[in-house]
Design a protein around this ligand. Sequence first.
Ligand SMILES: O=C(O)C(=O)C[C@]1(C(=O)O)C=C[C@@H](O)C=C1
Length: 379
Amino acid sequence: MNEKTTLDLENLRDLIDGVDQQLLNLLRKRLDLVAQVGTVKHAAGVPIYAPQREASMLAKRRKEASEMDISPQLIEDILRRLMRESYLNEKDVGFKQVKTDLGHIVVVGGEGQLGGLFSQMLTLSGYQVKSLDKDDWDQADALFDGAGMVIVTVPINVTCELIRSKLNNLPDHCILADLTSIKSEPLNAMLEAHKGPVVGLHPMFGPDVGSLAKQVVVVCDGRDTEKYQWFLEQITIWGARIVNEDAERHDKAMQLVQAMRHFSSFVYGVNLCKEEADIESLLQFSSPIYRLELAMVGRLFAQDPELYADIIFAQEGSQVAISDYLDNYRDALDLLKSGNRDAFVAQFRDVAKWFGDFAPQFQHESRAMLQSVNDMKTN
Ligand SMILES: O=C(O)C(=O)C[C@]1(C(=O)O)C=C[C@@H](O)C=C1
C-alpha cells in the first residue's frame, strides 16, 4: 500500500529534497577539503586523529547550533559521523614514513586478517612489507635476510612454539614484535628466542575497523625500547592511541574483557539455540537494548570459531574468571529462587555504588547507541 500524501505535503517534500541536495554539495566540498588535509598531514607526519581540534570544533558548532535553535546534539552527531568519513579518506593518501632506513618488514601470518591490516598500513606508510605464511618457511632465510622488523601475527595456540622454533636466528638488530591478544608468554618466548629489540603489541580492535583513528594498541615493552619508539610513533600517526601496560596485568584484564565476555556470549547463543528461540519474533518484540545485546551475541557466530576458541582457551586463568562468573550467577539464581526480593535490591544498590560515576556515564553513552540502533530500523 502506498503511503498517504497530499499536494501540500508533496510541495514541502520537494523543498526538502532541494535542501538535501544542497547538503550533498556541501558534503562534497567538505570531503575535498579533508582530502587536502590528508595530503598536508601526510607530508608533515601529523596524526590522522586530532582530539583537541575535534573538541574545540564541536564546542563551537554546538554553541552556534543553540543560537540558531538547532539541537547541539544534532550537529555533534552529524560532525562525528563526518569525521569518521575523514579518517577513512585521509588514510587513502598514505602516511608519513617515520623510519626511512629500516630495511624491509616481514609479517609472519601476513595473509591473516590482522596481518593484512598491518601490512596495508605499513605499505601506505612507505615501508617494504613481505609476507611469510604457512607454506613459505622454505624461503624464510631469504625473507629474514636484511629485515629491520619481524611482526608475528599467527593464531595464539601456535605463536609461542613458532617464535621459539622459527624466529631464533633473526639478525641481531632486527625488531621482533607480535600482535597476539595475550602478552606474557609470547613476550617471554620472543625475549628467549631473540637477542635484539623486542616488543609485544595487542591491537584492541578487529581487522574490519577501516581506519585506526581512536583505536587503542596496548604496548608491553620487551627489550631495547628506544629502538622501536619510531614504530609506536608510526602507529600514532595512523590515528591509534598507545597504552603502555605490564604484560601480566594486561593478561589478567583480558581474562575478563575477552575470555569471560566472549564465553558468556557463546553460552547465551547456545542457550537460544537449545531453547529453539524464534529470532524473528525476538527481534519483533525487542527493545533497542535487547536488539543491541542480540547483535553482540549474534555477531560472534558470524565469525571464525577458531579465533574465539583461541582467545577463550589461551589462558588457564580465564577458567577461574569464568567459574567465578558461574558462581555469581548461581548465587543470584538462589536469591531469585528464595524469593528474596529485598536482598536482590540491596545487592543491586551495592553494585550500582561500586560502579559509581561510570553507571550514569554508561547510561549516557548507551543512549546514543540505542538511538542509532533505532535509526537503523527500516520497518
Ligand atoms: O582538522 C583535522 O586535523 C582533520 O583531519 C579534519 C577533521 C574533520 O573532519 O574535521 C578530521 C579528523 C580530525 O580528528 C579532526 C578534524
